[in-house]
Design a protein around this ligand. Structure first.
Ligand code: ZN
Length: 109
């Protein structure tokens, strides 16, 4: 185990913040910040924070920019959930909006 994890976590956080901040003005930079965060995450084995994890396409791993390359729809049928459609590969992802779940997957951090 190396102590580089803490630095990696900080870098990931910074990159994701930058991605969020720039996504409206500069989508391309935001995408590259997010891609960088993902690369740091993989090489350091530090997971992307749960809040951000849903912003990556599960299929093509691209960072979602709301209104740019993804479509977000709120559905109330059955359980309320959010459907995100990837603008690149067309993959749909569903996220329940209610946090109460039986199998609560608690993040490690
Ligand atoms: Zn995709």
């Amino acid at each position: 185990m190396r102590t580089g994890k803490r630095i990696a976590r900080q870098q990931i956080g910074r990159m994701l913040q930058l991605a969020r901040r720039t996504m409206k003005e500069d989508a391309e930079s935001a995408m590259s910040y997010a891609a960088l965060a993902r690369r740091i995450s993989m090489s350091s084995r530090v997971p992307i924070p749960r809040f951000y994890r849903r912003q990556y396409c599960k299929a093509c791993k691209r960072f979602f920019l709301p209104g740019v390359n993804s479509r977000v729809r709120l559905r109330q049928r059955r359980e309320p959930h959010v459907v995100v459609t990837c603008g690149h590969c067309g993959k749909h992802m569903r996220f329940p909006t209610r946090l109460r779940r039986k199998k609560d997957v608690r993040s490690k951090d």
